[in-house]
Structures are given as C-alpha cells and as structure tokens.
Design a binder for this molecule. Sequence first.
Ligand SMILES: Cc1cc2nc3c(=O)[nH]c(=O)nc-3n(C[C@H](O)[C@H](O)[C@H](O)COP(=O)(O)OP(=O)(O)OC[C@H]3O[C@@H](n4cnc5c(N)ncnc54)[C@H](O)[C@@H]3O)c2cc1C
Length: 553
Amino acid sequence: MNNYEQNSEDNLDLSADVIVVGGGPAGSATATMLSRKGWKVIILEREKFPRDHVGESLLPASIPILEELGALPDVEKAGFLPKYGATMVWGSGDAPWSWYFKETSQRYPHSYQVWRPEFDKILLDNAQSQGVTVFEGYHVTEVIFDGDDAIGVTFTDAEGGSGEAQCRFIVDASGQSTLISRHMDTKQWDPFFQNLAVYAYFTGTKSLPEPDQNNIFIESYRYGWIWSIPLHTGRTSIGVVVDSQVGQEGIQQHGAKAFLESQLALSCHTRGMLEDAQMDSDPNVVMDWSYTADKLYGPGYIIAGDAACFVDPLFSSGVHLALMSGVLAAAYVTTALNDPTMAGDAGQVYQELYLKEYNQFREMARLFYSSNLSAESYFWEARRITNTDHYSPRHSFIQAVAGQPSRGYERVVLDRGQAPGEFVESVRTVESERLARTQWLAALAADTQRNQILNAVPRLADGVEIQHKPVLDAGEFVPGIVLNTVSQPEGTPCSPLVAAVIGHIDGRKSVSDIVDELGQHLDQAGHAQLEEAVSRTIEILYVDGTVSGLVTE
Ligand SMILES: Cc1cc2nc3c(=O)[nH]c(=O)nc-3n(C[C@H](O)[C@H](O)[C@H](O)COP(=O)(O)OP(=O)(O)OC[C@H]3O[C@@H](n4cnc5c(N)ncnc54)[C@H](O)[C@@H]3O)c2cc1C
C-alpha cells in the first residue's frame, strides 16, 4: 500500500517487499542480491546519478563481490586504472616504501582506482538490470515505525512532491546520513579517529616511478597524512586528513583551498609531485570522524555500509565494507522474510560479521596511526598517547592479521610501518608457533614407527566450543554449526565432521579412538576414508591452535 501525492499526474508504483534507502555501493549491492532472490525491491536515492563521491581507491577483496553482483565485466570495461598496491611515507623514516597485494594473494593481486560517479552508476545500473526499480531524486525524510517495527518511509522528490511508501522491510544504506541511527540516537563516535579531510582533483600531477605509478600514495606529515590517487581520467584525487578541530579552524581562517594548499606545501614528497599541477576542482571538505551504530538491525529494518559504521580511510576499506555488508544484509532480509523466527539470531550474526570486518580495519588503522614515528607534532603525539590506553598486542594481532586470505597484506604493511615492538613480538610468537607445529606434524608423518597421527591424543585449547547458529549459505542464513575459539569468538562456520571431531576430543581418546567411535557403522572402505578425513582435520586444528596439544607415546 502506498500514498504518494505529487504535483503532476503520476502512476508511480511504490509498493515493494523491500525499500532500500540510498543507491551507493551498499544500497546497490543489497538491492541486487535481494532482487535475485525474487523480492520486489525499490531503491530511493536522493541524488541523480552520476553524482560526486569521495573514495576512489578499492581493495582486491571487492573483486569477488563485484563478480558475484554481476558488475565486474562493466567495471573492467570502464578503463579504471588497475591498482597493485600502495606507496607510503610512514613509519620511522621519510623515504617512500611500497607494498603489493601480490605479496600475500596470488588470486587477487589487484584492484582499481575508480572514478566514483562512474563506478557507483555502474553498480546502480547493474541493480536495475537485475530487476531493481530505482527512483533517483527521492529523498527519504523519515523511516515510519509502528511501535518498534519499521513499516515504511516518507520522502520528498525533486519536483516538490512528497509521500510515503510502505513495505515489508527497509534497508538503510544512506551512507554518512545515517538515517536510522540518527533517528534512534544510537550513533557512537569513535574517540580515536576524529579527523577531517579536505580534497580536490588535480591535473598535471607527476606519477610515482614505475612500477608504482598506479599505486595510492600515502604520505604522513606533521599535521596528519595526505592521499594521492591517480585516476584514468588523467586527474589525481589528492586530500589531506587532519585533526578535525585543527582543520575546522584552519578552514574558517583561510578558506578550504588555501588550507589545502598550505598543508600540501608542508609535505616532503606530494609537494614535488604537484610542482606543475593545477587544482582542477573546488576543494571539498568532508567529516572523517569514525563511528558505529549500537544496533545494526531490528524489526523490519537493517543498516548497511556507512549508514552502520564508518572507519578512517587510511586503508581504503569503505567501499569493500559497503559491498560486503550489502551482500550480508540481503541474506539477512531474505532470511527474516522467509522465516521470521530466525530473524533475531540471523541479525546478530549479521552484526557480528560486519563489525568483525570493520574492527579489523579499525585496529589496523589504529596501530598504524600509533606507530608513525616519521613526524613529530601534536597530531601524532595525541594518537600515540590515546593508543596506550587500549592497546593489547595479542588482541590487535588477532583483530588485524588473523586469517584473511583474500586480503592478507596487513602483515606486510605492519612490518614495514614500524608497528610497536610488543605487537611485532606477538605476531612473531604466533607465527613461529604455527611453523613449529607444521614441522612437528611433518616429522610425525615421516616416522612410520609411531603410526603417524592416529596414536596421538588431542587436547582442545581453552575457550574452544561448538555452537549452533545461523550461517550464510547461498544468499541466506540457514541453521548451521560454528566453531568458537579465543581468536574467533564470533565463530567460524564448520562442517558437521569438524563439529563431531571436536565433540569427541576429551584429552584421553586417541585420534584412532575418535575414528572408531565416529565410524561404528561404516564398512572398511568408509572407515579408511573417515580415518584420512579425521587425521587431516586434527592436523589443521592443531596448526591453527584449536587443538592445543597432540600427545604421542
Ligand atoms: C575522506 C574519505 C576518503 C575515503 N576514501 C576511500 C577510499 O579511498 N576507498 C574506499 O573504499 N573508501 C573510501 N572512503 C569511504 C567510502 O567513500 C564509503 O565508505 C562508501 O562510499 C560507503 O558506501 P555506502 O553505499 O555505504 O554510502 P554512500 O556511497 O555514501 O552512498 C549513500 C547514498 O545514499 C544517498 N542518500 C543519503 N541519504 C539519503 C536519503 N535520506 N534518502 C535517499 N538517499 C539518500 C546518498 O545520496 C548516497 O548516494 C572514504 C571516505 C572519506 C570520508
């Protein structure tokens, strides 16, 4: 049911299962995935696309998501510059150093430097081509609640009309407008990242030397840091990130253009790249103040992308987080519509998964900020002091580095970025433990006298447990099993075999006993297969520390 008053005669159909507020990467991704599941989906977008947006530098982790959305071929055709890594002035010296995605991922060694108006339009058009109805120039003014339940939205359009539309579910993908969390007053500002960014587009910028010419260049300087992102249009996006108070005062006193120029003049390297360059756009000022909403879902609604949380752009993570959360949000909505009894648990899993990814980038940025020794000033000193209040090296390691094969470059970056000694020590300890365990297993396998791993008695590490909770499967959440460990407290989905093996580990039974118990009804061939599968499972669990000990005679 909907009620739309417009000055001109109009037959717009605003009835939908799902209304998505905002057509940025998060909104387009959510809407595309929902439409594929057969839901009737509308996007209400305030602007007419292509519209300007900051945030051009993408991560390789977005490539498989773009592929899943069906947008990758158009992104590849657009001619955006491929990005293979980053060049930084950060750490203890002022010489630039580079790192490359290929150092840790052969599968996804590149991403793109995109022109956002074009990139975001590709994603929005892609949503439309997959059945989503898009209304541009529609500004959602409010989400309508009936008690706690979100049941619709009110909006105005570009022609001065206004109205309301009802639906079964609302996705808030309104970016930094944070429609729902502002309404509910659930937005928590991050005390660590309270910055401001001023940026503009330049022509005639000198490139970094080959092979780094397409890299994002990040230079820390006295009052913050500067990004340079080369674009396929021939322009370069250049911005400074400074303390928000310092930035506001500087801009008030001198104006944004003069403030930006004055900061760029203080840099060692960017200044040189700009020697023959022209500022080719008005400068933009954007708040770069990190936040998270307390709750990312509720009856009839879910929040995705920047509308849910925003983290400092140091690691170019925003578009990736928006796309990833969009895909997860769509799975949540499908689950909640199909089986409302699962909505609460699935919403909790959505929130855990999104915040886990978010916190990984936040922790890494926090470590990076706190470890920069290349510049001395209030900006850097304040960030070092704040850091000592919260810092736990092992926790940070787990948050920042643990098991992200598609990204994985964190280790390289932290090594080169002069991470704090305690942190580096933790990384080394965990890595040498893993290496020692792998070597021990190899020696065991070579020692036929001891009948390999079958005679060993496994013991679980503290905090390991199996839990039943929703897991992601083919675009929705389904009942599943997860393995909780100290390093992954929110749980990693696991197979019934892993769950069964863990359920039988009691510190007394050998691997062979466990196989016998699990394979009571199997014939000889089945028993042999099970023996192999259980042995490999125990080995993997041992290397990653879930099994803390393997005692042999
Ligand atoms: C200084 C800075 C630099 C950044 N650099 C990078 C970078 O290099 N790489 C990167 O990946 N990320 C970067 N980001 C972050 C990135 O831009 C965002 O994380 C990303 O755009 C989030 O996508 P989204 O879809 O959630 O929100 P958005 O892209 O902001 O889309 C939200 C959409 O909702 C619409 N909207 C808002 N309110 C309403 C309403 N009431 N009704 C209807 N429509 C509405 C808006 O018009 C907009 O189109 C940067 C951010 C900042 C601040």
